[in-house]
Design a binder for this molecule. Structure first.
Ligand code: FES
Length: 176
């Protein structure tokens, strides 16, 4: 075998490289969390914060690392609504539909965003993976109703037009 052929055999594909980085960070999270005796739920929360969702291969990896059955880890990940097994957009937009926001017509905000970005229930992430739109039941600042959050940042006293303008601004930043 020539030296050149040998080099080609050990060349790492971009996918392989991404995969290795992904699991390196995952190992760090698991080590940090287990050193603080955190529960499986806390570990999944930390992992989801990093990846924005819980990929199946990551759940299997966590099960092996924690010496749990995959069924246990998948069971927890699918039981709690806070966890997602589907990829989410870079910006997680949530429209509050708790009572205080609902009576102030928060769902008209949700509908306006759906219309503008061609989203619907069950298909709530834009095709460019920029936004995921969800509803949430009360984010704890009812005096500011109706409320929208973007990656956890609260936007108070929203109207449909104001909400769409904020999202349009984020979308245009991506294009520039
Ligand atoms: S109901 Fe929307 S913040 Fe409480």
């Amino acid at each position: 075998m020539s030296t050149e052929q040998g080099k080609q055999q050990i060349r790492v594909s971009p996918d392989g490289d991404r995969r290795r980085r992904r699991f390196f960070r995952l190992n760090e999270i698991i080590a940090e969390q287990t050193s603080r005796n955190q529960s499986l739920i806390s570990i999944l929360q930390a992992v989801q914060e990093e990846y924005r969702y819980l990929p199946e291969e990551v759940l299997t990896y966590i099960a092996t690392a924690l010496d749990l059955s995959p069924a246990t880890v998948f069971g927890v990940a699918t039981f709690f609504a806070q966890f997602s097994l589907k990829p989410k957009g870079r910006y997680l937009v949530t429209v509050c539909d708790g009572t205080a926001c609902h009576v102030k017509r928060s769902m008209s905000i949700y509908d306006a965003i759906c219309r503008k970005y061609d989203l619907k229930e069950g298909d709530s992430t834009t095709s460019d993976m920029l936004f995921t739109l969800e509803t949430v039941a009360c984010v704890g600042c009812c005096a500011l109703a109706p409320v929208m959050t973007i990656n956890g940042q609260v936007h108070a006293h929203m109207s449909p037009d104001a909400a769409v303008t904020i999202i349009d601004t984020l979308a245009s930043r991506k294009e520039s």
